[in-house]
Design a protein around this ligand. Structure first.
Ligand SMILES: Cc1cc2nc3c(=O)[nH]c(=O)nc-3n(C[C@H](O)[C@H](O)[C@H](O)COP(=O)(O)OP(=O)(O)OC[C@H]3O[C@@H](n4cnc5c(N)ncnc54)[C@H](O)[C@@H]3O)c2cc1C
Length: 477
């Protein structure tokens, strides 16, 4: 698989000046903020996509916005590519470096700067982990809603880079819906602020543009995010179906009815077995597909909403309905779901697709997905945010078998094209990165791509910010 992935040709003038660049960076930042020795660079050679690895030219780990600005000013003046990096949990290769790039890691900028409960906001540095925000405010009865399964490790800067989602985003929205403001270091080192604690801003929505821009429009060093008051209660309920198609149709039925639960997560049989073997969450093993539907509110509110959901599930021939009886049981149910990717990694190598489809097409796309993986002789496990139509087929393969690895990649491409052809899109939350870069042509016309690239170039004329990602390589800067 690694040979299949190309980056823009390295800038030879940058490579030839490596020693001088490292010396300059060491002059700009304290000595312990610059990493350039081979062994120490290894942790930065890839991210959670892991299909490709290459050592960067150097890594810098600044502690302040002004240090980030100084690095950007220097790299801009010297035409040196920069790859921003949070925790490196990107599943689309968004944080994978290239050999002529300086990796700009934000992990040391990990301070919570302000909790403003009166305005329901938290202002944090970009390297704060997602879970750290919710853990910190839990004692005061608040939480930060977007909850990627990687939330223990991933940073708020990375979440903004990818416009990340999670199991509980159905009701509360993804990162862009919970982001109020950022401090952004522009490519030339200027520092600007977008948004703030207020709901909307005058002029163009540059904050919306930056959220999901995969590190190509600037470096986020601080973020102000929305805090939400914890509901009185929350209850996940398990619904087991004989087939994936029935479960998919039930999801569409729930949303079409106007009910918006907090979460609707889907697992097919392989995913149930994999997660149950790992987490012992008590998932039923005699069903073909499982939905985890979470509702929240007072006991009376939850009872009323659940009554309607159960009614819809019955219309789709639900086999099992199991309400959880305790907070411990609820935590276990979510532990099983949130460890799905790790649990899958115990039994095989896998690539995780991230297409999104209109809910009415869920059943169709699930069926076609199985047909595609069958035709390549590969196994697939589906575990995903069904209420958002955000599908995550995990294609299982043996990475030591190059032929099988290539087949997995081809099958993945076919599945993503299927999602687009069904009226959906290539990515729901993991971003384009390098993984889906070439498939962008399947989603967009050249005119549409040109317009997006023009926006990118307005922020970074020389294409030094994360240059090999998002757009097909040929025909651009
Ligand atoms: C087990 C597992 C489960 C996951 N589950 C989910 C899930 O449920 N939902 C979901 O959405 N994702 C999920 N992901 C994907 C991943 O965790 C997210 O994309 C996450 O937001 C990446 O954060 P990070 O800090 O690791 O960023 P990185 O991987 O380091 O970077 C991600 C992108 O953001 C850019 N970037 C990073 N920091 C900054 C910054 N400060 N300024 C500008 N650009 C920046 C990078 O250049 C890159 O393009 C999962 C990943 C794993 C491994």
């Amino acid at each position: 698989m690694p040979e299949a992935i190309q980056f823009l040709p390295p800038r030879s003038e940058v490579l030839s000046r490596r020693a001088a660049i490292i010396a300059d960076l060491a002059g700009i930042l304290p000595a312990d903020c610059v990493i350039h020795e081979g062994r120490e660079l290894v942790p930065f050679e890839t991210d959670a996509f892991i299909s490709y690895r290459r050592l960067p030219l150097a890594v810098v780990l600044p502690r302040t916005t002004s240090q980030v600005a100084a690095v950007m000013k220097y790299c801009h003046e010297n035409g040196i590519p920069v790859v921003p990096r949070g925790a490196g949990t990107s599943l689309s290769g968004g944080a994978i470096p290239q050999e002529d790039a300086v990796v700009l890691g934000l992990s040391r900028m990990a301070r919570i700067l302000e909790l403003d409960y009166a305005n329901r906001t938290a202002t944090v540095q970009a390297g704060v982990t997602n879970l750290n925000i919710s853990d910190t405010v839990a004692v005061d009865g608040f939480f930060y809603a977007p909850d990627p399964s990687s939330q223990l490790a991933c940073t708020i800067g990375g979440n903004i880079g990818m416009n990340s989602g999670g199991a509980h985003c159905l009701k509360y929205g993804v990162t862009t819906n919970n982001l109020l403001g950022v401090k952004l270091v522009l490519v030339d080192g200027q520092v600007i602020e977008l948004g703030g604690k207020h709901l909307d801003a005058a002029g163009y929505d540059l904050l919306g543009l930056v959220c999901g821009s995969e590190g190509q429009l600037g470096i986020v060093t601080e973020a102000t995010v929305r805090l939400i008051a914890r509901p009185e209660g929350a209850r996940p309920v398990l619904f087991g179906f004989a087939t994936s198609e029935q479960a998919g149709a039930c999801v569409a039925g729930i949303i079409a009815s106007g009910i918006i639960p907090v979460a609707i997560e889907f697992m097919d049989k392989p995913a149930i077995e994999i997660c149950e073997a790992f987490a012992k969450a008590g998932y039923p093993l005699d069903v073909g597909a499982l939905l985890i539907v979470e509702v929240e509110g007072s006991e009376a509110e939850m009872d009323a909403v659940l009554e309607n959901i159960v009614e819809i599930a019955r219309r789709h021939e639900v086999m099992t309905v199991r309400e959880c009886q305790s907070a411990t049981e609820a935590a276990l149910i979510w532990k099983g779901r949130k460890s799905a990717f790790g649990a899958t990694g115990r039994i095989a190598d896998y690539i995780c697709m991230d297409g999104t489809v209109p809910l009415g097409k869920l059943s169709y796309v699930l069926k076609k997905t199985s047909e595609i993986t069958d035709s390549f002789g590969l196994r697939v496990a589906n575990v995903f945010h069904a209420g958002d139509g955000n599908m995550h087929p995990l294609i299982l393969f043996n990475a030591n078998d190059p032929e099988e690895a290539m087949k997995a990649e081809e099958a993945g491409n076919e599945i993503l094209k299927l999602c687009v052809d069904a009226g959906g899109c290539l990515t729901g939350e993991h971003g384009v990165g390098i993984e889906k870069r070439d498939l962008m042509r399947h989603q967009y016309t050249q005119a549409e791509l040109n317009q997006q690239m023009a926006v990118r170039a307005a922020f970074d004329e020389d294409w030094i910010l994360n240059p090999s990602k998002v757009f097909p390589l040929e025909g651009r800067g």
